[in-house]
Design a protein around this ligand. Sequence first.
Ligand code: PRP
Length: 213
Amino acid sequence: MSERLRIALTKGRLQDKSVELFESMGLDCSPVRDPGRRLIHALPNYPLDVVLAKAPDVITYVEHGVCDLGVVGKDTILEKGGAFYEVLDLGFGRCRFALAVKRDSDFYGTYKTRRVASKYPGVTRAFFEGKGMDVDIIKIEGSVELAPILDLADGIVDIVETGATLRENGLEPIEDVAQVSARLIVNTASMKLYKNEIADFLTRMERRLGGEA
Ligand code: PRP
């Protein structure tokens, strides 16, 4: 008998694209499209239960094995890390991490220790360590673009998609830090325990990502 798998989907930006991908694989996602206040959604025509979660929680659930699979951005994977298999690049949610500064400011042209604000201190630390540069990292929870404007920081490391937020706030990207997109992750034990079920799911997904009808 086929086991039901459980997948954690990142709420928000990646949610709609994930649901579209699942539907293109033939999965009826009507319970996820009309979630009400329910937190777990059983798909009616495929042995899969869907949990909607914040990005870092997707990783926590998959690492702990309470979800077999997860859809999460590479940004969160780079920041949080963890023990799981990253098996597919889903191709959507494409953006980049960039170092951005106030327009026309000279970030590298000073010997003072630079202050860099970010929602992603781990990614920021790794980036500057890679350059052998000592920087003060200031953790910000939201609207990190404010930090250079308020002169709290000399630069920011943040997600850039269209670049509109930077432009509208007088900032400009000066260096790419990493490319980001949505990834499918799998719990390491589930990969062995539910080999056939996961293989079926992955095959359907890969067919769609490969553009097959
Ligand atoms: C991200 C990021 C930027 C913005 C960039 O925030 O932190 O603020 O998107 O997008 P753009 O280049 O298209 O302007 P998001 O909207 O995801 O909200 P968050 O602050 O909750 O992360």
